[in-house]
Design a protein around this ligand. Sequence first.
Ligand code: SF4
Length: 398
Amino acid sequence: MSTATTEPTAVSRTAASAANAAEIDYRQLASDVLAGHRVTAEQALAILDSPDQDLLAVLDAAFRVRRAHFGLSVQLYFLMNAKSGLCPEDCNYCSQSKVSEAPVPKYNILQRDQLMAAAELAAARQAKTYCLVISARGPNEREMKAVEEIVPEIKAKYGLDICACLGLLTAEQAQRLKACGVDRVNHNLNTSEEYYAKICTTHTHADRVQTLHHVRDAGLEVCSGGIIGMGETHQDVVAMAIQLRELAAESIPVNFLNSIDGTPLQNQSELTPQDCLRTLAMFRLVNPTSELRISGGRELHLRTLQPLGLYAANSLFVGDYLTTSGQPPEQDYQMIRDLGFEVTGGVTLPTEAAPAGHDRAAKNGQQPMPVASMTSESSGGCGGNGACGSGGQCGGGQ
Ligand code: SF4
């Protein structure tokens, strides 16, 4: 396989698949990436098209790169669905879109006490970052003010990093988020520019890219990823991965579509666990230094192969997603321990710290209210797969 450092060009699937998959030397590719090579579109496509018998070699290459940049660390993120439903956009994967018939709770941005309670739970679950998500095309003034008020308080009390997922932003809104202490903004590309109109018509891919430029210009970190399994081609996935490299996204959440009944994509998604692992490995090799997070659809699509995903990715959401349930946090901690990896970047609670691996509510045998009612199974969040108009990071908004 050529390791020329030329920029990728568009290639057809037929041109890349069989021949490239047969030729590729994954260990050499990993060495080249570690030496500074930028994976080409052809190489990325060959990874996605590679046969199942190559899977361990593909993961080995991804793991070499992951280990070089992130060691054995795993960073945990916590999703807070701060506003649910009521969205005028038509994202096909989303349970809160105007074209969805899925029953989701509808509520406006939550009160201070609820947002602080969620922050406490995030800290107790060893999360590094609290992801504040609203369902919206973009934040209104009331929502902006609520975020500006709560972010300094959360940071002062719990020391959590804050990622805001609020939808399309103006340059001024991005600057205000930076000024109030937000560390990072999530706004997912979701898919390729070419495929975008197939999943949403009320805003464009270019609108999303513009928001990411505003985020970058404001001095905020960029979190942007996508949703896999919406009917796109491998070329679309590769195009997105390479565009995220060009945007220098510090954080890339990869969601696997969790088809929600009542949404236009309710019957979509035919991913296998192997497909998901190849996708994660490809993202790791194309974006070697970006934080790579296995997001919505992890439990559904990777199933018993979930642990293998962490050989490519270095981050997970702990707990529920926005509109679907995640596995219990203790299972995630056990998986990480069993791999010989370790959670890093979590904060220490100021008082009455919960024992590692248990949130305080669970310790007391309670439902983790009010968060349980505000997150996944019951709530909406960007409903979709981490797509929230906000860019839906949201672990897949699922
Ligand atoms: S993904 Fe976000 S913007 Fe799109 S319909 Fe859902 S809540 Fe609205």
